[in-house]
Design a protein around this ligand. Sequence first.
Ligand SMILES: N[C@@H](CCC(=O)N[C@@H](CS)C(=O)NCC(=O)O)C(=O)O
Length: 281
Amino acid sequence: MTSGAFVRQESRFRGFPDGPPEQHHLYIALACPWSQRTAIVRTVLGLDDRLGVSYADPYRDERGWAFSGGRFTDDVNGFAFLSEAYDRTDPGYDGRVSVPVLWDKERGEIVSNESADIVRILDAWAGGDLYPPELREEIDELNGWVYAELQNGVYRAGFARSQEAYDEAYRGVFAALPRLDDLLAGRRYLTGDAITEADWRLLPTLLRFDAVYHTHFRCNGARMIEYPHLLRYTKDLFEQPGVAATFALDEIKRHYYTTHDELNPKRIIPQGPIDLGFTSA
Ligand SMILES: N[C@@H](CCC(=O)N[C@@H](CS)C(=O)NCC(=O)O)C(=O)O
């Protein structure tokens, strides 16, 4: 591995639920792309009334994700910090306290803190068709390189501690974007005419690209809106019912620009971009 490379921690809780959605609760931060995946899938699969959700405050200090009050309140357990959910599940837990978290209200413990698994759990609960058997191989392959090169790639560029590590991550990001654009020149969604989990997994990264990754993570080779097919695709997904309500631009900008002091010590939040290309406002 290149020296100075950012390495994301493996998710520690990878369980599957043994009850219905009503027995569970979702802890997420809309600022976080991995959380937004689960928020989108919850909504588009019609689970809003069956699976409760609590939102963490976009600002995160050394105590981790917090429920600071108001819109950011945990009505289920009254946690002030998400770390309490981890401590209750495993008192010796010494890993990172990440969102999203799927919580079992009856057992009083975390089922999963891995968004990819939570998406599949929600799909199974709703009897959805986001991971159809005949497309699994193709979806797995897409998920693999899209995550490695683009979705985690922007983080590897942003948190690189050496020029080499940044350069390598940057190259991956700007190989993946044109590759996706080419793919989408010939099809409406990543695997064809129907939306699959591969699309919902990718979307949060595209929605953040110009507002955050381009500037804050130095992924400034191009803006997302410069790729015509990718922009058309992003707009299409963004306009699906319920999706726009999961996109909290203000929270996203506040989170990234005020939480990572090593990247933005003065915590000044950029005004732009003026035109995101996919919102009508
Ligand atoms: N593999 C996890 C990654 C989740 C993740 O990294 N979440 C970030 C927010 S975007 C987090 O909570 N980080 C807290 C920390 O690292 O301290 C998933 O996809 O669910």
